[in-house]
Design a protein around this ligand. Sequence first.
Ligand code: G4P
Ligand code: NA
Ligand code: NA
Length: 191
Amino acid sequence: MRELEERIKQDGRVLNQDVLKVDTFLNHQVDPMLMQKIGHEFYKYFQDYPITKILTVESSGIAPAILTGLEFQVPVIFARKHRSITMNKDLYVADVYSFTKKVANKISIAKTFLNSQDHVLIIDDFLANGQAVSGLTEIIQQAGAHLEGVGIVIEKTFQKGRQLIDQQQIPILSLARISGFQNGKVIFTEK
Ligand code: G4P
Ligand code: NA
Ligand code: NA
């Protein structure tokens, strides 16, 4: 997505070897006009899939997920994060380890919001190590629902998330694909 790449070049800040800060339009301040276009891109790609729910994780996945749900005219569910959680029969729960933040979290959604009739599109802001997508996939399995695809705003192709998704042959669309950082500049993968 050309406009997104331009925005990353203009506003993104490379923090270290593998972290890109995009606080001005995605992770802190949010640009709703850009999010709307992002939602539309995901819709164009997945419109022939029988999507009934959009699934993401709080907090930064919510903005792109909402605008995608608006395009599909379906509900958006965001999994909640917990440092620890006691057994609760009303929740689907999965583990998510953040390599970036070095913390283990559990994510959960209430069982009432997902069932075996659902066809789910996962949306997230970043694909790095794929832990968020793995956790969401596990929750979809627990619900007996169908995972139709994954939509990612910014993918870092040099981390292992993409491989994890490809191994499971899940349809995926990433709107910007970053192959690395060089001298503080973002290098996009060739199309
Ligand atoms: P993974 O889900 O692909 O395994 O990601 P990882 O554990 O590496 O990342 C943990 C958190 O860091 C996630 O946000 C993820 O979106 C975010 N993240 C990963 N790489 C980058 C990056 O290059 N730049 C930025 N800005 N964020 C990155 P989170 O902990 O779920 O936080 P939230 O922002 O959604 O609340
Ligand atoms: Na995220
Ligand atoms: Na994030």
